[in-house]
Design a protein around this ligand. Structure first.
Ligand code: PLP
Length: 376
């Protein structure tokens, strides 16, 4: 029998979360008397660890899919996805252009090198593209000074039949924590792009869930938002849990107890004895460790559910195991179910907070050795 640990992906929760985002956008556009933006469901990094195939099914109602990896994009086409696919980093070398052409992939154009590579391209069909403006993330995109020329270059490529459309996009650095900076960055985006034709795309999860933000994009063309993390049931905001946002966990990481023992007062548990029992107590050993992707920095007190009862992790997480306090779960025994995060357990964001990281990292890091299941 394989080790009793598995990650279960709920396709209906993926769909639910997409619908939740769409409803939120619809409400803010009713308030603003505008048209609901199209939604790119962001599925980079193997759909934040949930699997490309599960995402293609779960996000069937999205207007497009966005990701980074060309192979993942090709996989989406092979799975039957016919709507647009956006490559958020565009492409990397001239040889990629044939793949873009064959699989009808939409590209982000964020640097001069990409524009230059396209000058030489021979295509069966012109490509859709978004020219990226850097409004302060300082990661990808043309500076305010360079953007007008870059956009003009894209328009030339359009006239040459290499591009079908030239849109505008950007990415906010602080949509999750600083509305003032975000509003300033949006103003920069509007100032540089509003007179230019083509679709626009600016908002990640945090910005998509902030009422009124995308409605302030000044643009005649169609608009696209790009939510990612919220679609998987994790919150983009440090101070709000997914439940409060109406999101459902799409991944449940569950395991079992493989040992139960009583320890006397003063006994230490696990490596370094960083936890010692202040009283006689019962502990359980769970078949999950950092080699499964559970964060080693989650310390004593991290929430965890055993047999449906919320209790706490104790001591250091080891490679293949971790220990839990069974004081509140006296009926627990070998084989009892343990939910590390997801349905019937803490949210991935609570575990992430206890480990000093974010839900994104935990979802992406579930190890290949963890068996996978998909439920409708
Ligand atoms: C990852 C990413 C997103 C989605 O971000 P979330 O915070 O997961 O919603 C949107 N746009 C770009 C460019 C990204 O890289």
């Amino acid at each position: 029998m394989p080790r009793p640990i598995s990650a279960t992906i709920s396709v209906s929760s993926l769909s639910h979360n997409l619908q939740r985002v769409a409803n939120g956008l619809q409400q803010s556009c009713n308030a603003a008397k505008s048209v609901r933006p199209n939604i790119w469901a962001v599925i980079k990094a193997n759909a934040y660890g949930h699997g490309i195939e599960q995402a293609v099914h779960g996000f069937a109602q999205a207007d497009g899919l966005a990701m980074l990896d060309l192979d993942e994009a090709v996989r989406c086409r092979q799975l039957g996805w016919t709507k647009p696919i956006l490559l958020l980093e565009g492409f990397f070398e001239p040889a990629d252009i044939a793949v873009l052409d064959e699989y009808r992939l939409t590209i982000s154009l964020h640097c001069q090198e990409q524009l230059d590579m396209l000058d030489q391209a021979r295509l069966a069909r012109p490509l859709d593209a978004f020219v990226k403006l850097n409004v302060g993330m300082n990661r990808l995109g043309f500076s305010e000074q360079a953007f007008p020329d870059a956009y003009r270059h894209a328009r030339q490529l359009q006239q040459q039949g290499i591009l079908a459309s030239a849109g505008k996009m950007s990415h906010f650095a602080r949509a999750d924590d600083d509305p003032v900076t975000t509003a300033e960055q949006l103003q920069v985006f509007n100032r540089l792009t509003q007179s230019l034709p083509g679709p626009s795309s600016v908002c990640n999860s945090a910005a998509s869930l902030t009422p009124g933000l995308w409605t302030n994009v000044t643009c005649d063309g169609e608009q696209w938002v790009r939510p990612g993390i919220c679609l998987y049931g994790s919150s983009p905001f440090e101070d709000r849990l997914p439940d409060a946002l109406g999101l459902r966990p799409a991944m449940t990481l569950a395991a079992q107890l493989i040992s139960v023992r009583d320890i006397p007062r003063g006994a230490g548990v696990g490596y370094g004895h960083v936890f010692t029992a202040s009283d006689a107590m019962r502990i359980g050993i769970v078949a999950c460790g950092y080699a499964d992707g559970y964060p080693r920095h989650a310390g004593t007190g991290t929430p965890i559910c055993v047999d449906g009862v919320r209790t706490r992790l104790v001591g250091r997480v080891s490679m293949d195991m971790l220990a839990v306090d069974l004081t509140s779960v006296p009926q627990a025994r070998v084989g009892s179910s343990v939910v590390l995060w997801g349905d019937g357990g803490p949210s991935v964001d609570e575990v992430a907070q206890a480990a000093g990281t974010i839900g994104y990292e935990l979802l992406c890091a579930v190890a290949p050795r963890v068996s996978r299941a998909t439920v409708a």
